[in-house]
Each structure stands twice: as structure tokens, then as C-alpha cells.
Design a protein around this ligand. Structure first.
Ligand code: SF4
Length: 369
């Protein structure tokens, strides 16, 4: 409950700061801020920056393929605040998972990060030593993978797998380690946690396996959870339970969560902020309320229109397919499929334009001139 209040005040503070900034700039109507205004701006901006736990800046990543280097991520900018769920949404193959994996530097051998920064608490993960990365993975940033069925080792009990994580990352042994493991299983609502320590993964249902994996993240008190399609392999009621559990973890521990999904309905109910990704670029980013009330980018609008609804006679579709990594697309990467495409879109890359409070969209339709 205490953290619910912190989150509320964090959000209220953020909105107040941005509103004050806007009012100051409108009333003063000055193109070059005076030193006093500049000082206020820098102080307030610093406050916002302090709330950021993760900040991906201009990340450009690609793969060495048979026919040369192929770029997969284009100037990705993505930030995560303390205690927020930031959803990364898009079709399969748009670069969501590879963006998240680069945060843990768990990339295939052929991957190359060409430029950019991934700042965790203001320190660039891309410059971490192997030792620092070992401490980061699991201990500070934990991954909840897509498929719980294949993520646990079938040859070891749930308890063994939890104890291994606790020994490596928490340096606890014996009874202390066991106590911590049982507490973690209880925290994810696994009944009879003590006796369940002795069970093997095949004796758990899909939902329970996913809970056991979340328990491993809790054992280490990870500050960031990367939940990569955490409910895809589960049925609808278990999906809701897992999302409720993630929300509780967020509220109780002030954990920040990157939620990777293609499910906009799931996002609407759970995310604080949404970034929409298309073909390796983030095309729109906004708070959840702002995104659903003032959707801007044609791709985001098309995604929302393609959600089935009882009121729709005909389901809208997005023509064509997302490009593969082998295809070179000039200009706006969505232009071959965009119903609003203009001549300018075919050869020019649209910049991110601010279209509301902390709401950005990369589309030429927002250019006023
Ligand atoms: Fe469509 Fe052009 Fe906007 Fe791209 S920039 S989304 S092609 S209107």
C-alpha cells in the first residue's frame, strides 16, 4: 500500500512538472529562456530523470548475415520509470524481444550494436564487464520468458532450481536459502509452498510454472522484470491471474516492468505507458490513458481497429506484411502498408514529434508546415 502512494505521488509530480513547464513557456512567450527559467527547467528535468531506472538511447542494432550487415533496430529510444509497467507493443518480428534482450546483453553471436546507450541507473550496460553483467542478470534485471514450459529444467525439482538462483545471486546457503525459496513461492501464491519445493516442473500446470519463474525473479529482488509475452502460452483465466500477480509485485515492491506483447487488450488493462514498435522503430509512445484517448500514428490506429469487437460487422486488417530484416525500406518504414501514405513518406524518415504531454509520434501527418 505504501508504494501505491509513492506511485500516485510520482505520477502527480510528473504531470505537475510538465504542466508547470508548459505554463511558464506559454506565459513568458520567449524563444531564449532566461537563466532563471533555464535553472527551473533543469532542476525539474533532473527530478524527472531521477525517476528513470532504465533509459535506452538511440539504439542501433543489426545482424551479420550471409549477404552482409542487416539492421534490425533503428534509433530506438525507450525509458522505464521506477514502479511503472511500460508495454512494448507490435507485430511478431518488429524488434520487441531483441530490444529487451539487448538490455541483458543476451544477444546472438551475429548481433552487433552499432551505436546507442542502455543506461541502467545512469550507467551504460553496454560498457559493463562480464562480472558486472553476471550481477545484473537475474539480480537487478530478471527475465520472465514467453514459454514457461521450456524455461525450467525438467531434471531438477522446483526447489533445486530456486535454491541455485538464491545461492548464486544472494549468497545464502542451507536453511536461510530454503526459507527464502519458500517465501518466494508463497509470494507468487503457490499453495503448500514447502512441499511444492520437492516437485518437478512436469507436475506443475502452465500457470504454476510461470509463477515459479516469477518466484525466481522475486528471490533476487530484481528491480526490473522483463516480461516477454508472459501469458501467451496460458489460457485466459490464468492470463488474468499472472497479470494480477505482476501488478501486485509492481505495487508492493515498486518493481519496474517491461511488458512485451502484441495484445493491446492486455496492455490497456495493465500498462502505465505504451510504446508501439514497427519494423525496428518505435513509432508512438504515450501514457496508457493518452494512447487510448488520443491515438495518433496510423499504425497504432490500424492495430486498434483490428481488435475484434461485438460492435464491428467487419474486422479491419492491415494490408501486406511487416518487412523482413532482408528488405530495405526507404523513408517511413510503414509506408508500403499505410492508408495515409504521402509522397514525402516514401523517401524521408519522420522524426518523433511531441503531440501531447509526454506523447510522441513519428508521422509526417503531424508536420504543421
Ligand atoms: Fe503513414 Fe506517412 Fe505517417 Fe508513415 S509518415 S505512418 S507513411 S502518413
Amino acid at each position: 500500500m505504501r508504494f501505491n502512494h509513492i506511485l500516485y505521488w510520482q505520477k502527480a509530480l510528473k504531470i505537475s512538472i510538465i504542466t508547470i513547464l508548459k505554463i511558464i513557456l506559454i506565459f513568458l512567450n520567449i524563444s531564449f529562456p532566461s537563466p532563471v527559467v533555464l535553472f527551473i527547467y533543469m532542476s525539474l528535468y533532473g527530478t524527472i530523470e531521477l525517476m528513470k531506472i532504465l533509459d535506452i538511447k538511440n539504439l542501433n542494432l543489426g545482424f551479420e548475415c550471409e549477404n552482409g550487415f542487416r539492421q534490425a533496430l533503428f534509433d530506438v529510444n525507450f525509458s522505464l520509470q521506477k514502479g511503472e509497467i511500460h508495454a512494448l507493443v507490435g507485430e511478431s518480428g518488429c524488434g520487441k524481444s531483441i530490444t529487451a534482450m539487448s538490455v541483458l546483453k543476451l544477444l546472438p553471436k551475429t548481433a552487433q550494436i552499432k551505436s546507442g546507450e542502455i543506461l541502467f541507473k545512469e550507467k551504460d550496460i553496454l560498457k559493463y564487464t562480464n562480472k558486472e553483467l553476471e550481477h545484473l542478470r537475474g539480480e537487478k534485471i530478471a527475465l520472465i520468458p514467453q514459454d514457461p514450459m521450456t524455461s525450467l529444467n525438467p531434471l531438477f525439482t522446483i526447489g533445486d532450481q530456486l535454491l541455485e538462483v538464491i545461492k548464486v545471486h544472494q549468497n545464502l546457503q542451507g536453511k536461510d536459502a530454503e526459507k527464502k525459496a519458500i517465501e518466494a513461492l508463497e509470494a507468487v501464491r503457490i499453495p503448500s509452498a514447502k512441499s511444492r519445493m520437492k516437485t518437478y516442473p512436469h507436475e506443475f500446470s502452465g500457470g504454476m510454472k510461470q509463477r515459479a519463474i516469477i518466484a525466481m525473479a522475486l528471490c533476487c529482488n530484481a528491480e526490473i522484470l522483463i516480461a516477454d509475452e508472459p501469458t501467451t502460452a496460458l489460457d485466459v483465466t490464468i492470463q488474468a491471474q499472472i497479470m494480477n500477480l505482476l501488478n501486485e509485485i509492481k505495487s508492493e515492491n515498486n518493481t519496474s516492468i517491461i511488458l512485451i506483447t502484441h495484445d493491446l487488450a492486455l496492455v490497456g488493462e495493465n500498462a502505465d505507458r505504451i510504446s508501439v514498435m514497427y519494423a525496428g522503430r518505435i513509432v508512438e509512445s504515450a501514457s496508457s490513458e493518452e494512447f487510448f484517448t488520443n491515438t495518433n500514428h496510423p499504425y497504432s490506429i490500424a492495430l486498434l481497429n483490428s481488435i475484434p469487437s461485438l460492435n464491428k460487422e467487419k474486422l479491419e486488417t492491415i494490408n501486406g506484411q511487416p518487412p523482413t530484416i532482408q528488405q530495405n525500406i526507404s523513408g517511413c518504414r510503414f509506408h508500403p502498408r499505410c492508408k495515409s501514405c504521402m509522397d514525402i513518406c516514401k523517401d524521408n524518415i519522420p522524426n518523433n514529434i511531441s503531440i501531447g504531454i509526454n506523447h510522441f509520434s513519428a508521422c509526417f501527418l503531424n508536420n504543421k508546415d
